[in-house]
Design a protein around this ligand. Sequence first.
Ligand code: ASP
Length: 425
Amino acid sequence: MKLHWKIIIGMVAGVVFGLLMSQTSFGSEFIKDWIKPFGTIFINLLKLIAMPLILASLIKGISDLKDISKLSTIGTRTLGVYICTTVLAVIVGLVLVNIVQPGNSIKEETRIDLVQEYEQGVLEKQQQAQKQSESGPLQPLVDVVPSNIFDATTNNRNMLQVIFFAIFFGIGMILIPPKQAKPVKDFFDGFNSIILKLIDLIMLSAPYGVFALLATLVVESPSIDLFIALGMYSLTLIIGLGIMIVVYMIIVKFVTNTNPISFMNGVSAAQLLGFSTSSSAATLPVTMDCVEKNLGVDKEISSFVLPIGATINMDGTSVYQAVAAVFIAQAFGLDLSLGAQLGIIVTASLASIGAAAVPSAGIVMLVIVLGQAGIPEAGLALIIAVDRPLDMCRTIVNVTGDAAVSMVVAKSVGKLKDPKDVNKN
Ligand code: ASP
């Protein structure tokens, strides 16, 4: 049976089991004590492999290039396409939220109740956001350059720093005589193969991991009434995310001549895992596996484009920033001027680039977007309760966007296999 089917079965079984068990308090406790840890172990395993994977695959990928000009071509194209899809995603969100106007459907009492109930959660997010926004305009650039690589690799949030080091190291390898670079290159080639094998092993447990994650989620999720009150908001966001998926399907069709259905099938295991883990960083190993094996992207490209994409290209998060910011403004009866909305395009794009590829990163960055647009930050309380399921959905889009862009970049430099030659497994 194909992996994505096994994962789907795990997910469905997890939801059903969670629903059954949540009927009694014993059942809920049982899931928290005996099932949840397995979900955590699964996510930890994926995260564990992310840093070594980035190091090994990027150093290997770049040293394979043999030529710095090739690297700068790939780099410029990757960043260019990422920025375009991000801005497009914010615009999709803005247009949609202005058409549907979900904020006007929320009742005054519901708004007051929610603001009171989730005050504490808002405070926490504000504090986290404050740390991020206190710095000067060039701080994000400074943050990319680590002062100690061993220190940088000890925290998964420092992925951009490790990417920087790996690229820098790879460039050094290209610039020295090939004979001298050979032992190091052989080491990283072997290291990379081992990591890929480990990913295969971890993926054997994926169906069980997602079972545990979803069963826990069902038990811990807020009441269904909340979802109904926030139905229009959630729906608007989900439509926006759906539009982005269609955009990717059109892009891969026209740019790479790949059948959109084959594209979706090829990337499905990564999408399901993105949904279950809510983290594009944790999903990265599987995204790489999918685009290489199922979509025909050369390792040289995927090992460069995907780790960068996982950290800076979050189109789902971009749609979300736009929809959520304007929704909150509408719910508070604020009329945002065109200037304020254009400002949202800039801040939401930057916020999604700056967001870490971990669960709930988007809502922390949203605080900054709200602050810049003059929208009350207390409005976060309106959406915080339903944020997790929506985070799961936006992570699917984040992962799919990275995969689509890797195909586009690969095609542009002749490193994409012809769709007919791709081994569909
Ligand atoms: N969870 C998302 C991701 O990892 C980020 C977000 O919160 O929007 O891709």
